[in-house]
Design a binder for this molecule. Sequence first.
Ligand SMILES: [Cu+2]
Length: 176
Amino acid sequence: MKENNNRNDVNRPANKNIKTIAVIVVVAITITLVISLSMRSTTMIGAQMGGGNKPIIMHFHPILTITVDGKPMTVPGQIGIDPALWKDHSLDQYGMQAMSDGMSSMAPLHTHDDSGTIHVESNTIRNYTLGQFLDNWGGLNVTGKTVKATMDGAPVSDYKNIILRDGEQIHLDVTK
Ligand SMILES: [Cu+2]
């Protein structure tokens, strides 16, 4: 009995030490995780922000297709990026500013390719309209023409005021 008690007396501090070490290890792992996660998010925000850029907090993709006199018209890529396809600059403050690594600035409403996908990428939560995108592009001449619009297949009377939303399919039918 006495021997057993002695053994327990020896074992107890050993168990305590193991528990203490385990707690230290868990705390150390937690601290390492928290630091690496916060560093990663800092890097990500830094990459998106560049020089004086606010982070992009709104990013979604409506789709625009156009026919002019019955023929499909391509909505070009680089609208709101290529200066030749970036006619209106009144919304520039909500987009990406030019960065020191050579990444060019982008309007909050822009295209990357000619698929009709509009990229809405904004540093501010706010509504954008199709009219704003068309002004920004400056490449669709509707003077003296009739524009019939649908949004997700349903007719829309005031196409310029269509509010851009993710996945929305906008079609403009421009005729003489
Ligand atoms: Cu996008």
